[in-house]
Design a protein around this ligand. Sequence first.
Ligand code: SF4
Length: 908
Amino acid sequence: MSQSVQKSVRTTCPYCGVGCGINVTHHADGMQFQGDESHPANFGRLCSKGASVGETLSLENRLLYPLLQDEQVTMDVALDAVAAGLQQTIAEHGPDAVAFYLSGQLLTEDYYVANKLMKGFIGSANVDTNSRLCMSSSVAGHKRAFGSDTVPGNYEDLEQADLIVLVGSNLAWCHPVLFQRISAARERNPALKIVVIDPRRTATCELADLHLALRPGSDTALFNGLLVYLAAQGQLDQAYIEAHTEGFAQTLQQARNDVADVAAAAQRCGLTALQLEHFYQWFAVTERTVTVYSQGVNQSSFGTDKVNTIINSHLATGRIGRPGMGPFSVTGQPNAMGGREVGGLATMLAAHMDFSAEDIDRVGRFWGASTLASKPGLKAVELFQAVADGRIKALWIMGTNPAVSLPDADTVRAALKTCPLVIVSEVNQNTDTAAYADILLPALAWGEKDGTVTNSERRISRQRAFLPAPGQARPDWWLVSQVARRLGYADAFAYQAPVDIFREHAALSAFENDGTRDFNLAGLAGIDTAAYADLQPVHWPLTEGATAGQARRFSDGRYYTPTRRARFIAIGQRQPGYAADGDYPLILNTGRVRDQWHTMTRTGKAARLHSHCPEPYAELHPLDATAQDLADGDLVCVSSRWGEIIVRARLTTHQLPGCVFVPMHWSLEYAATACVDAIVNPVVDTVSGQPESKFTPVRITRFEPAWHGFVLSRDPLKLPPVEYRVNVRGNEYWRYELAGLKRLDDALQWSRELVAEYPLAEHRDEPLQWQDFADPGAGHFRSAALRAGRLQLCVCIAPQADKLPPRDWLSGLFEQPAVDRDTRLNLLAGRGSGQSCGGPVVCSCFQVGMNTLIDAIRQQQLLTTEAIGQSLQAGTNCGSCLPELRGLLSQHRRETDNSGQTGKQRAA
Ligand code: SF4
């Protein structure tokens, strides 16, 4: 680095629950973002999302001032209106008519204050969080088994294990840095075995020794089968079971009732007995086993039971609380864990306390609150049902987008529309949820706010500000505290800075603890401002007088149940809420893509993050496609009892027949009809309240539009309504993929209206020079608008998708200072430049496409990811694409083997 560093700030990534440290350095000509080599979560690594976080910091779409009924007002006016609205609702309808809906993106300090106001002083527990959608089944499973919401192990266990079982987790895409740590551990220890249990063959499987593509929803049968197998093989740790657990005999009996033996389990899981026995045997004989699980386990109507079958297997073998072993729930969001600590879930009070009489009394005394909530509140899905049926009349949403992310999302939108008072604290003023707000409060974004987050391994890290607060944006804790003061609780909310809140939070965790609650930050209860500013990543618990947190829990075999024994939970046969049937014969699974995060409000700002998966899609097996006469790339309607979306079909044998996968990220802001939660069923887990986002019966039919097209524009446009629209951000341009049912009779007029209403920004004073080609009879239209020789807009319409010109070539023209005459003619003729297309981007850091990679692998006989890196740079920066590169290499090897030729012969 030749530039001199003017300032350096160590902070934490705003995306997933891995919690990677990021070093931000300010130079004379800008900022640099690099993995923090000293952070124990990532040791310098960053994935594609973390590595491009610097490209998401613009003020584009930022909410900079409060809005009251769409009118800009001062902060005082807005806060007065919030307080008055809440006060009136409470006076007229009682405290349970008010609700807060929070987010795993909030900092612990924000969460703490919001929870304290609602549960302590408004007197209702109707405060829940989007973490309910992510890992509440793990919380419930932990509490049932351990008596506390404790993740027993830490990331080092993944590196010390000899067997890693990944269940319902596409770690390669969803927690890429953890995946990279496992990948590196495998290089150091080739004996490390990896088993992936997932109906889909995901990028994670590229590292797997065994992939069990089990039937969706059969996880409890698989793990009950494991328990039965371990007992049959004499592989139980009887001494541990007797000394440290309870309920084993009943649990084993229930497991046997569910699946008598391996053959029965295999039949239920849609696997062969041989496959299953393979896994069971590895598990039985490998002491150092870690079972990692994530949303594929949690997002189910019996997710808590799935979690407990996994924990049962570890308790039965005594593999918990020791290096290289244990059940390990990895969280989706950066601060889902912090929310759990402060009581961000409606089912917990605060500091891991529940609603027992003792806990209510204790927290009430600590807060000086006489109106403390006395019972759990409504969980996310039921909370929005209460908004819909009018029980909740005032709702404050902070930092999340429930109109997109909750199941049966169209019903949620309808509920928000009728709710008398919707308050939204936000960073982005264009979210789908913000559209329903009566009062919009501008919140601070990542880089501006200051506080703490806790990652999946119970490690608390600082998020530090390195940018000034823009406009009137304020921290969430400040907004809540200001409203609390207006409601008459000034003394209890007199915070001046995040450190004041953290100190109180730590003190509450230690208050009358006596070792009965695992969550304990006594060692930080007296932290001063300087120490807080400098706080290094630390595990909880951190007890009184301790200088370091405890990296591993339950090493002594003592738990937080009344008997201090871990509880086995007996799990019988379980079925999802809705089964497939003749009308809806396929099972929908939802999840993330590699380079996007949640509803794209942040990652949508980085052009390179759009290139990996530019359009929403439905991945299905070729057999299911054949049944509907569908081809790869067709537009399809995916419908359920709850709604319908239109996305592009992707055919792959990585999907089981009868199963469909659709990613979760697209909102109305980015697509016309691709919000997958509009079709997800609202069934929830009866214990945790977590929605069943991985199992909705659907059908797929072809969408047959009258026309297909795309618009490329240097400036963002607001397109007229059309059935299929997806906004894709590129370098120097926006691309709009379109298809409509109604024939475009006058495409020329349509193209002119695009810019008439939204004039292109660059050189507005100069007229646009239009060049058009139209064949109305055949339905072809192509048009280009230039200004001073530079391409400003390009419109292409055709009756079939495959008659449209190549996007790569046209979009590349936006980077050119001028477009020459030959190119213009090619453009109107709909011809490409003659250069081959790189294909869908695999390496987003260096923008290397699939076709380029395949050509290089074949022609240069590349055999390793290192060789690909040397040739094309792909995979040499963040490493997020390495699993896909390995997949391409394996595919090439299989093709070569099948053809009976060596790679060399084939290339020749
Ligand atoms: Fe951020 Fe990626 Fe690390 Fe997750 S794995 S915290 S998204 S850099």
